[in-house]
Design a protein around this ligand. Structure first.
Ligand code: AMP
Length: 581
């Protein structure tokens, strides 16, 4: 059975797992560690570095290293590394490609498909950007699932009884809370709330402010005015923060942090907790909003599962226990539980019998703008919800609207996400014109259908009822540029990754003699180029065979399976000999 990997593409760290049969999910180590920093950089030799190596160069070369790219997913932004510009999904694709190649090494064969998790609160553009990152990394993303749902799936795999689970997920950059009901093996998310800009990284920021303030009082120097000092401080405070999860005090010592000044400071857990308490209070308010949405009282909750590294902060458990009256569970590692759940979902899709079935929900309301009454006044900015928040996925809803003017020839369909009564107070998702209407009198019916798929991706159809004239648009292009060039971008990224392999990037990645491998790659590239040139001229059968070898060759290089690369080179060479004749 084909293995579909599960990937937790995190803000700070990422994990990849598989489930081979009905047993437990296996988390695949990267450089010997179960978690890989979501960090990408270009080293001084111009090579691409990903994971721990990249994180290690964060202090010395912050300008050529990027962390927390997940926070920018879905934005039309670029990041410059080593003089080249990359979009957030391209940076994420390097992280995914690295994990894909580690999984291929671990399994000994190529992998093509993945389930990737996202925070429940990720919007349409962020989900699409995540899918695109997968495609750019050469992965077919068969499903995007919400992180808390994945956690509940992994937890449920080890338990038989029916229960109501609160999943509290505090990672490096995002916070999510979901109410999940498990009944007879069906995992159903009843409500989800969150904040895409709150997490352990913010605690680091608060600690940096705290230390910088004390340092200025002691030495009269602002540490933040020096980028290198700030980066050293950032690494040091994160370490101290983790220490404070286990000890009442943590020391920070950095020699010559600026000029002749040394940083030598002790921080108490009490002081640290006071600093972060307002942020944690905010997460508790979100927990209560989620409960209200799901119509459950705190006492109806059976279990609280903690997800994300930042939940190791003792104050998190303490505040949850005070608010909810239940002690949170720590049975499965909060770092690994999400990737394990994604692996279970991947296995279920590939046909492995799993105990649980997933029913996911949308945490957002989607609707359109129309003319209507708001607070006693007519407005052309009224928001009409079509798909309501917390609907189970997939969902398809249709609403009837009417043209406003006589002889109206076109209408603008605008889609928003949110719950405010005025459309302009919600998040604009996308729009399109439907033209060539039948010039009927005002009041001609227009059917608007919104369809949200299992990955939370939105398809909008507007149809003139009398003529059947209709237009369908998938709302995935508005915030992230041109999707049609995705395949071209994927090829560029593949070429970039291959170039990097040619240059010997990721030094540990090659196991046999470098020169032999370079020769193999150079020969494979040359043969592939010739073969690609022939694809449009040969008959269908030969073209299909060539395409298959080309694909296998790309996979084999990505998996560093040199024996297969050599074998495929010979096959290609044989085929070219006969086809080029
Ligand atoms: P995640 O996104 O789930 O990988 O979580 C990463 C966040 O968890 C980062 O902000 C880490 O600094 C934080 N973290 C990891 N271990 C601990 C710990 N022992 N105590 C407090 N925070 C931690």
């Amino acid at each position: 059975m084909e293995i579909i990997v599960g990937i937790d593409l995190g803000t700070t760290n990422s994990e990849i797992a598989i489930l081979r049969d009905e047993s437990k999910p296996e988390v695949i180590p990267v450089e010997g560690e179960m978690i890989m920093p979501s960090c990408v950089g270009i080293d001084p030799e111009g090579r691409l570095i990903v994971g721990r190596t990249a994180k290690n160069q964060m202090v010395s070369h912050p300008e050529n290293t990027v962390l927390s790219i997940k926070r920018r997913m879905g934005e039309n932004a670029t990041v410059t590394l080593g003089g080249k510009s990359f979009s957030p999904e391209e940076i994420s694709s390097f992280i995914l490609a690295r994990m894909k190649s580690e999984a291929e090494k671990y399994l000994g064969h190529p992998i093509a498909k993945a389930v990737i998790t996202v925070p429940a609160y990720f919007d349409d553009a962020q989900r699409n950007a995540t899918k695109d990152a997968g495609v750019l990394a050469g992965l077919d993303v068969v499903r995007i699932i919400n992180e808390p749902t994945a956690a509940a799936l992994a937890y449920e795999a080890g338990h038989e009884e029916n229960q109501r689970i609160l999943v509290y997920d505090l990672g490096g950059g995002t916070f999510d809370v979901s109410l999940v009901v498990v009944e007879n093996g069906i995992v159903e998310v009843k409500a989800s709330h969150g904040d895409t800009h709150l997490g352990g990284d913010d605690f680091d920021r608060l600690l940096i402010d705290y230390v910088t303030k004390r340092f200025k009082e002691q030495h009269g120097v602002d540490l933040k005015s020096d980028l290198r000092a700030t980066n050293r401080l950032w690494v040091a405070v994160e370490k101290a923060k983790c220490t404070l999860s286990d000890r009442p005090f943590a020391g920070i010592r950095e020699e010559f942090i600026v000029g002749n000044h040394h940083l030598d400071m002790e921080i108490s857990r009490d002081d640290y907790e006071e600093t972060i308490r307002p942020m944690l209070r905010k997460t508790m308010d979100t927990v209560h909003a989620c409960l209200t949405d799901s119509l459950f009282l705190p006492k109806a909750i059976d279990k609280i599962i903690l997800v994300g590294g930042a939940t190791r902060t003792p104050l998190v458990s303490q505040m949850l226990q005070e608010d909810m009256g239940i002690e949170p569970h720590h049975e499965i590692s909060p770092d690994l539980i999400v990737s394990m759940g994604a692996a279970i979902q991947g296995a279920a899709i590939s046909g492995v019998k799993t105990k649980s079935i997933l029913v996911d929900i949308t945490p957002y309301t989607f609707g359109t703008r129309a003319v209507g009454e708001h607070e006693g006044m007519m407005t052309d900015d009224m928001f009409v919800p079509v798909i309501k928040r917390n609907s189970s996925l997939p969902v398809s809803k249709e609403e009837l609207f009417y043209t406003y003017h006589d002889n109206q020839e076109k209408i603008l369909v605008e889609i928003f996400q949110g719950d405010d009564p005025l459309a302009s107070d919600n998040i604009f998702i996308g729009d399109f014109w439907i033209k060539g209407l039948s010039k009927a009198r005002a009041g001609s019916p227009i059917l608007l259908n919104l369809e949200l798929d299992i990955n939370g991706i939105l398809k909008v159809t507007a149809k003139e009822k009398t003529t059947g004239l209709s237009k369908t648009v998938t709302m995935d292009t508005t915030k992230k540029g041109n999707v049609s060039n995705l395949e071209e971008r994927r090829r560029n990224i593949a070429a970039f990754l291959e170039e990097d392999e040619d240059a010997g990037g990721e030094a540990d990645a090659f196991s046999s003699d470098i020169e032999d491998k370079q020769n193999l790659i150079v020969r494979a590239k040359g043969l592939r180029k010739r073969a690609e040139g022939l694809l449009s001229t040969v008959n269908e059968e030969d073209a299909a065979e060539l395409s298959s070898i080309l694909e296998q060759s790309r996979h084999a290089i990505a998996a560093q399976d040199w024996e297969t690369v050599a074998r495929l080179n010979e096959s290609l060479s044989d085929m070219l000999f006969y086809l080029e004749d």
